[in-house]
Design a protein around this ligand. Structure first.
Ligand code: HEC
Ligand code: HEC
Length: 142
């Protein structure tokens, strides 16, 4: 009887292990197969895409993707180096596209002199691109 229980639990364990492998294996995020609570050791070293004239948006109201590398930019509470090119005072001299009027309004539509705090963390919406394979197949049509 004991032997049978052992055999049965071994069998169940194998099934459970196989099930987790099937579920966890094929989808690796860019930080590798590392638990959310753990620090990823993997250093992604992918060449940033740089496209003159920008990258066409694929749907209405899409935040345009960033057509240049952003390795040297920093966005912290005290500093936003995107604005050292895209800010009102610099965009002409840097030849950088000025953020649209929507970025200088509160949620209620009140006009602001500075970028709205709701838009301060640019990379929440605008993302850089890299020369790399897509992680998952995608058949989205423009
Ligand atoms: C050294 C100056 C510089 C810095 C710093 C910089 N940009 Fe740019 N950015 C540019 C220039 C110049 C262009 C225009 C490129 C072109 O169209 O050829 C551009 C284009 C863009 C565009 C595309 C706009 C469109 O209509 O297609 C986005 C979005 C953008 N940048 C976001 C950012 C964000 C977010 C940051 C910070 C993480 C940032 N940029 C930092 C100079 C800069
Ligand atoms: C909450 C999302 C969000 C955040 C945060 C955000 N943007 Fe945008 N951005 C958009 C969307 C959506 C568009 C396109 C639609 C529009 O015009 O509002 C856009 C458009 C732009 C454009 C294109 C302008 C043009 O004429 O082609 C630039 C440049 C830009 N943003 C820069 C920035 C910068 C710099 C920051 C940070 C200071 C930032 N954005 C933060 C959503 C965002």
């Amino acid at each position: 009887m004991k032997k049978m229980t052992l055999a049965l639990s071994c069998g169940l364990l194998t099934v459970a292990l196989q099930a987790t492998t099937v579920w966890a294996d094929p989808l690796y995020s860019l930080r590798g197969n590392v638990d959310v609570n753990e620090i990823s050791e993997m250093i992604p070293n992918r060449r940033s895409m740089a496209v003159d004239g920008g990258i066409e948006v694929t749907f209405e109201d899409q935040p345009p993707v960033i057509p240049h590398g952003i390795d040297k930019t920093r966005i912290t509470l005290n500093e936003n180096s995107c604005l050292s090119c895209h800010g009102k005072a610099y965009s002409k001299t840097e030849n950088a596209v000025e953020p649209p009027k929507s970025h200088y309004k509160t949620r209620e539509g009140k006009k602001l002199k500075q970028i709205s705090t709701g838009r301060y963390f640019c990379t929440q919406c605008h993302v850089p691109q890299a020369y790399t394979e897509a992680l998952v197949d995608n058949d989205f049509k423009n």
